[in-house]
Design a binder for this molecule. Structure first.
Ligand SMILES: C[S@@+](CC[C@H](N)C(=O)[O-])C[C@H]1O[C@@H](n2cnc3c(N)ncnc32)[C@H](O)[C@@H]1O
Length: 291
C-alpha cells in the first residue's frame, strides 16, 4: 500500500495565498485557510527577510514565475500542447495558461490527491472554468496498481499524440530521496510514450556553502513535523542534480538559477544567493545533443 502523504496538502493553502497576494492568482481560488496560514507565517518571513535578505516567499515567487516562463517557451517555441500539473493545489496556472494558450489548443490537466483535487474541481466548476481542455483529475504519485497511479492516469487519461510537459511545484522536497527518485524514474518511463516529454520541477538542494543552510535545516525540521512527511534537501550541487535526473532516466537536464532571471522576469531579487532551483528535464535528447 502507498504511503499516505495527505498531511502535506494544507501547505497548498499557504502558497495559494502567496500567489493571490502578489497578483498572480484569480479571485475564486482565495481560501480562508490560506489567509490564516499566511498571517501566521508573517513574523518568520519578516525575520528571514531582515536577516538573510530574502525568505521563503521570495523563493516561492522566483520558482513560480520561472516555471511559467519555461512553460510559455515550451508552448510557443516547441509546440507542447498537453500540460499535466501534478500536486496543483490552488495554483492558478491551469486557469491562466488554458485561457492564454487557447489558440494553441493547449490541454491543461491539473492533478492532485483526491481530497485536494475535489476541492480544486469544485472551485473551478463553480467559476465555470472547467471544460474538455481544462480538467482536474485525481493522482497519487506514490501509489501503484490503482486507478490513480501515475501509470494508470498517463495511460488512460492523456492524449498520447501530444507533446507533454509535466510540472511539479512545491512537491519533491517533501519526500526522501529514494521515494522521490522512484517517482522520477516512473515519470521518465511514462513520458517516453509521447512525441516529446519534459518535466519541470522546483528543487531546494542541500547547499553546504550557503550561509542560510542552518536556518533552512531548522525550517525543514519544523515543516516535516507539521506535514508528517520526510522533508529533505536533494543534491549538493548542480552536477549532482544532473546526475540524479540522468539516473532516473532523463536524457537532458538543465538547472535554472533565479539569478539568471533578475531583470528579465519580475521576480524578487534577494541579497544572498537564492536557495531554490528550477530543473528542466527532457526524456528525448534533441538530435546531436547529449546530457
Ligand atoms: C506545497 S503544496 C503545492 C501546491 C501548488 N503546486 C503550489 O505550488 O501552490 C503540495 C501539494 O502536493 C500535493 N500532494 C501531496 N502528496 C501528493 C501525492 N502523493 N501525489 C500527488 N500530490 C500530492 C498536496 O495535496 C498539495 O496540493
Amino acid at each position: 500500500m502507498a504511503r499516505d502523504s495527505s498531511g502535506i496538502s494544507f501547505t497548498a493553502f499557504y502558497t495559494g495565498e502567496v500567489w493571490r497576494r502578489h497578483g498572480l492568482s484569480v479571485p475564486f481560488l482565495a481560501q480562508p485557510e490560506g489567509r490564516l496560514l499566511y498571517l501566521a507565517g508573517r513574523p518568520m518571513e519578516r525575520l528571514a527577510e531582515a536577516l538573510l535578505g530574502g525568505g521563503n516567499e521570495t523563493m516561492l515567487l522566483q520558482r513560480h514565475l520561472i516555471i511559467d516562463r519555461i512553460l510559455e517557451k515550451a508552448v510557443l517555441e516547441e509546440g507542447f500542447t498537453q500540460i499535466v500539473e501534478i500536486a496543483c493545489g490552488l495554483s492558478p496556472r491551469g486557469t491562466l495558461m488554458a485561457k492564454r494558450f487557447a489558440a494553441q489548443d493547449l490541454h491543461y490537466i491539473e492533478a492532485d490527491l483526491p481530497g485536494m483535487a475535489a476541492r480544486k474541481r469544485a472551485l473551478l466548476a463553480a467559476a465555470g472554468e472547467l471544460d474538455d481542455r481544462h480538467r482536474v483529475i485525481d493522482i497519487d504519485i506514490l501509489a501503484q496498481d490503482v486507478p490513480i497511479s501515475l501509470e494508470a492516469v498517463f495511460g488512460g487519461q492523456l492524449d498520447p499524440a501530444r507533446k507533454t510537459l509535466v510540472i511539479t511545484e512545491g512537491l519533491v522536497n517533501y519526500f526522501d530521496h529514494p521515494t522521490i527518485s522512484g517517482f522520477w524514474t516512473r515519470l521518465a518511463t511514462v513520458l517516453r510514450q509521447f512525441p516529446a516529454g519534459t518535466y519541470l520541477t522546483d528543487l531546494y538542494p542541500n547547499f553546504q556553502w550557503h550561509r542560510s543552510v542552518r536556518v533552512a535545516r531548522v525550517f525543514k525540521a519544523a515543516l516535516a513535523r507539521a506535514t508528517r512527511s520526510r522533508v529533505s534537501l536533494h543534491f549538493g550541487n548542480e552536477e549532482a542534480i544532473k546526475a540524479g535526473f540522468h539516473d532516473a532516466g532523463f536524457a537532458i537536464t538543465r538547472v535554472h538559477l533565479p539569478e539568471s532571471y533578475y531583470g528579465v522576469l519580475p521576480i524578487p531579487v534577494q541579497r544572498t544567493p537564492s536557495l531554490v532551483r528550477v530543473v528542466e528535464n527532457r526524456v528525448h535528447a534533441p538530435v546531436g545533443q547529449t546530457a
